[in-house]
Design a protein. Structure first.
Length: 129
């Protein structure tokens, strides 16, 4: 990998961010990491609305839109999990644990940390080959 020194620091930040974003979207684990974080946050947001807005404030339609958004994100998460499972030839245990973690609030944080380690391990294997 070659590096060039660029005199404009703002350009360097833009180049670094776009390379990182490209790396995240180019791998199955990267896509799973992104959707896992977004889906986990939407789950917490949905829980907030179901407890506070619907039960405490009594707004009956409080979870309609957040529930629909979370449902779409959960479907995308399942697709990304299937993609990562097939791409990395995982046995049934790993995707099952990741799926179960998506059902528990705050558990996607641990999944993200594990997936980050897996992504770094895959990058180091690719760099050595």
């Amino acid at each position: 990998m070659s590096h060039r020194i660029i005199s404009n620091p703002q350009f360097l930040v833009i180049v670094t961010k776009s390379a990182y974003q490209t790396l995240m979207f180019s791998s199955a684990i990267g896509r799973l990491r992104i959707i896992s974080i977004i889906e986990g946050l939407s789950f917490l947001y949905l829980l907030y609305h179901s407890i506070y807005s619907k039960r405490i404030l009594g707004i009956e339609d409080a979870i309609r839109v957040p529930g629909m958004i979370h449902g779409v994100l959960f479907c995308l998460f399942c697709i990304a999990l299937l993609d990562a499972t097939l791409a990395h030839k995982w046995k049934l245990k790993i995707p099952s644990l990741i799926f179960l973690a998506s059902l528990i609030p705050f558990a996607p944080i641990w999944v993200e940390l594990w997936l980050k380690k897996q992504s770094e391990k895959d990058q180091s294997l690719d760099a050595s080959n």
